[in-house]
Design a protein around this ligand. Structure first.
Ligand SMILES: O=C1O[C@H](COP(=O)(O)O)[C@@H](O)[C@H](O)[C@H]1O
Length: 260
């Protein structure tokens, strides 16, 4: 487990722009070292804003988009192309505007796909796809993602791991089908904690005052069953990337708002 670091930006626009720049730097470094890179995308307001800024950033051309694997941390289990799908939003914000190799973009299955409407089968298929991409050095049935982006909900959920739900206890499977999620739509797919923790770096994004309590609890040693964001960490680095409103109630010892 890596100790989290908090980085605070003045507002959501600065947070989105700075995170986009940070992604370019991190993935360019990974491509220099390994020849290719991988990222896990998140949905949600700030998650998609970051992708929009990445598409606009002149520095994006420093990345070799053809040698990037793109995965998702969770998905709303809806028909392909539904505007509420995290995939649909990520394509519109970023992936349709850069030269990603289609075979290296790995969306989670849709509810009208070949698995049918049962999220359990869809989760199994995504887990198998991840396992095929796993390298020996990842020591897990998923790749050692270079960056795993996760939004934080007001209830401290990350990916589609919601407080007190059974998916939080999963320690065998890398992907689960989620039913009865408190945030619509109720049926979702999600990486589990073991899959998230296989990432080299986990970056948790939060913007807005409605996230301030979730951020405070996650950084205060709360348990992941009540505060899922507290259970998401990377092997080498865990970053909380925040705007000043989300950082308004940081616990002692973390960067105070206004320092960036
Ligand atoms: O539904 C979801 O919500 C979370 C957080 O979204 P936000 O709009 O409150 O930032 C997101 O991380 C997740 O990927 C998504 O499916």
């Amino acid at each position: 487990m890596t100790t989290p670091t908090a980085v605070v930006h003045r507002d959501s626009s600065a947070l989105a722009k700075a995170t986009a720049a940070r992604i370019v730097t991190r993935l360019v470094d990974a491509q220099s070292a390994q020849g290719s890179a991988s990222i896990v995308l998140t949905g949600g307001g700030i998650g998609i804003a970051v992708l929009t800024e990445l598409a606009r950033a002149p520095a994006r051309d420093a990345l070799d988009w053809r040698h990037l694997d793109v995965w998702w941390g969770d998905e709303r289990f809806l028909p392909a192309g539904d505007s509420e799908r995290n995939e649909t939003q990520a394509r519109a914000a970023l992936l349709d505007h850069v030269g990603v190799a289609p075979e290296r973009v790995h969306p989670m299955p849709a509810s009208d796909g070949r698995d049918g409407a049962d999220p359990v089968y869809a989760a199994e298929r995504y887990a198998a796809e991840l396992a095929r991409a796993a390298q020996p050095e990842s020591h897990a049935p998923v790749p050692a993602f270079d960056v795993c982006l996760l939004g934080i909900g007001p209830d401290a959920h990350v990916a589609s791991l919601f407080p007190e739900q059974p998916a939080l206890y999963e320690d065998g499977r890398s992907v689960v089908g989620v039913r009865g999620a408190p945030k619509p739509p109720p049926t979702r797919l999600s990486l589990t904690f073991p899959a998230i923790r296989a990432a080299r770096e986990v970056w948790l994004l939060a913007s807005g005052e409605s996230k301030a309590d979730a951020v405070r609890l996650a950084l205060s040693g709360a348990g992941p069953t009540q505060v899922p964001a507290a259970g998401a960490y990377g092997r080498s680095r865990t970053l909380f990337l925040l705007d000043a409103d989300a950082a308004a109630r940081l616990p002692p010892g973390f960067t105070a708002p206004g320092q960036m």
